[in-house]
Ligand binder design. Sequence first.
Ligand code: ADP
Length: 639
Amino acid sequence: MACSACKAANNGRPMLKQRPFLIETLTAIGLIVAPFVLPYLGFAPNTVNRILVWGLFGIGFDILFGFTGLLSFGQSAFYGTGGFVAAYLLTIAGFPHVVTALFIGMIAAAVVGYLVGLIALRRTGIYFAMITVAIAEVFFFVEFNPLSDWTGGENGLPGVPTPSFHFGSFHLSFETGWSLYQFLALCYFVGIVIALRIIRSPMGAIFSAIRDNPLRASAVGHNIHSYKLAAFVIAAAYAGFAGGLLGVLQAFMPPDAFMFDTSGQLVMQTAIGGTGTLFGPLLGAAVWLFLQDFLQAALGLGAAWKLVLGVVFVLLVCFLRRGLIGGIVDLYNLFFGTRKKEEPVEEAPQPGVTALEQQAAAEAEVEREPVAAPMPSHHRAPSGFTGPILQAKGLSKHYGGLAANSDIDFTVQHGELRGIIGPNGAGKSTFFKMLTCEVHPTSGTIMFEGRDITGMNVTDVCQLGLTKSYQVNQLFTHLTVRENITVAVLAELRGKFKLDLFRNSDKILGLNEQVSHTLAMVNLTDRADTPVSALAYGEKRRLEIGLALANSPSLLLLDEPLAGMSPRERVETVKLLKSISEGRTMIIIDHDMDSLFELVERVTVLQEGRVLVEGTPDEIKGNAKVQEAYLGGVHGVFE
Ligand code: ADP
């Protein structure tokens, strides 16, 4: 189990992918061996069964929290819904099939999860968490009062049967203890296999991208609201099924399934075991329930056991921030890790060499491989359209009394390379944000390939083929370079939302080719499997450009691509921009005039939110108004 946990604990799709059936096999072995080993460690069969139910409940929660980054305190609402629907069917309604009742309970919880998700996911962060708390409380109240005729109110529903199967004369029943364990272990195994499949699917990759950087996930073309809703429904379905199993396990559906305590315990168990691991909730439940039994019964602490547990929890969270599984993985890497730790590749400082000399040396040294032509794009301009690729008319953006942009007319033709310059505060970034629909203009219109995109959102505009690289890197920081690019390419190949939960990403036609091609374009092939955190700054900037390039945009906007780079990195990046500009339309903002004028064919100068002048680099260099704007009349700024 430890090793399987290692694989998943890395939040690590590469490891999950490399040996696809290893985790499943180890899990099966662990579940088969457990009844022979755990009694010697002091675990009673009923405790092990409860651990499995909590573990299954937690798989869905971990997909929601550990993988998608949505902390919900409302899982008890779905646990109770699934549990009471199944228990009602099996007791009051006299429904004879336990497994079918469990599935009906699961579906009911998923439907409720969908409706609750529609409301709760309208907010993010702490507000989302608070809404889920409120929803859990509402469900608890409803179960106790208006619905008490169906749920038994504070008495719960007694008499929930255990599963039994009849195959002709062959009769199989799972009643209590290790006999029921077999049924619960099978349910857990199926649950984990499905969860692994989800995490390895394109949706799993997008869930992790949303956790890391929701803004960028939507900017590369994913409808993050729909994906979050999908994760919420998946978590509710797992909770509903586990709730049904709780009734089966206890032969009684307890009303406290709906209590806020249940949600809180799930969060704590997952944190103890390790989030983003799938197995964390199982391990956390094992620690929790073992300590509960041990401290209460063996040490006779009574209700004070929670005090000890609280201290244990604080210590674990402080010293093992990735939970027990994270700690096990760190130990494993320490003693058996064969992988060399990835380090950022920084330039060695060269004493006594000026920046200009370094730049000249780098120019002489940098010989890049010729980069292949752009991949055929899936974005299509409306048929028969021959006008400018981008046309903005009368574009203004006001923040209160401040006019960041005023009445801008701006046209870019197909295949053009346009530069935008202007002093700080001139409104360049705001202008880009309006073009990519991150912010909406106060007035004016934006036409992209003949379509009016004013008022659209950044995801839809990306899907049409207009993307931007950001001034401040917006990367998926816990993923590798390849995974970052994959997330962006998936948006082009699958559209903004697709419910392909069980699809193998490797089977998506053209995905690997397009990812490799993009990596080659931004010269990151050698660093493909490096985590973003181990990249040097210049590499991160190239990845930032790669994310915007990955879904073959027809129009690429680059907001200060050279910002913060060393002379050598600038030379490399200018060469890279030159090579990717072939066959593309690009608009670039940058303060590095020399590099920009070398790259672009025309330049637009903004000042105080307005277009000051437009022309070729030579015209702009000699323009007195531009000199005035930059240096207040001191000429020679571009010489
Ligand atoms: P540049 O990119 O040319 O440096 P910006 O577009 O970032 O300029 O900013 C133009 C002006 O708009 C600045 O005065 C800035 O303070 C203001 N501004 C930009 N974004 C906001 C915002 N979200 N709220 C208020 N003012 C803003």
